[in-house]
Design a protein around this ligand. Structure first.
Ligand code: CA2
Length: 142
């Protein structure tokens, strides 16, 4: 099984500021966690992070024919990007949406998720463990 983990803008800044919202772990800790999950589950987990909407769309399109599942945290583009929603719909790859923070209990502008409309599950407010839960869900489901 091959899973692509996609992270959107500013996720590479994890641990630098706002630890009360996003936790103390750094982006490098997230990359280590993904490597550990791949090893434990005996699957391939690749990752892609970008601060650019079009690059995220390109990564989703590029997953077609290569990956069995996608885990995506589109970050701020969650709440704005119909392009990412359309790309997820276009490839039709089973996708789980992850949010590190509990977006349900944050600002009104975070209450809509366009990407989530194309996802089979959303995991929110679980910190970095949300990525492990998302990968586990894909393994159990697809
Ligand atoms: O909770 C999440 O995972 C989010 O997708 C994170 C996004 C935010 O825009 C979404 O509403 C929820 C933000 C990404 C990280 O932003 C940082 C801001 C300050 C310091 C470090 C990271």
């Amino acid at each position: 099984m091959k899973i692509l983990v996609i992270n959107g803008p500013n996720i590479n800044m994890l641990g630098v500021r706002e630890p009360d919202i996003y936790g103390k772990n750094s982006f490098s800790d997230l990359l280590s966690l993904l490597r550990k999950i791949a090893e434990d589950e005996n699957i391939t987990v690749d990752q892609f992070q970008s601060n650019h909407e079009g690059a995220l769309v390109d990564a989703i399109q590029g997953a077609l024919g290569t990956y069995d599942g996608i885990v995506i945290n589109p970050a701020a583009y969650t709440h704005t990007s119909i392009a990412i929603l359309d790309a997820l719909k276009a490839v039709g790859i089973p996708t789980v949406e992850v949010h590190i923070s509990d977006v349900d209990n944050r600002e009104d502008f975070r209450q809509i998720s366009y990407a989530g409309m194309a996802c089979i599950k959303t995991i929110k407010g679980q910190g970095l463990d949300g990525y492990r839960q998302a990968i586990r869900f894909l393994i159990d489901t697809i």
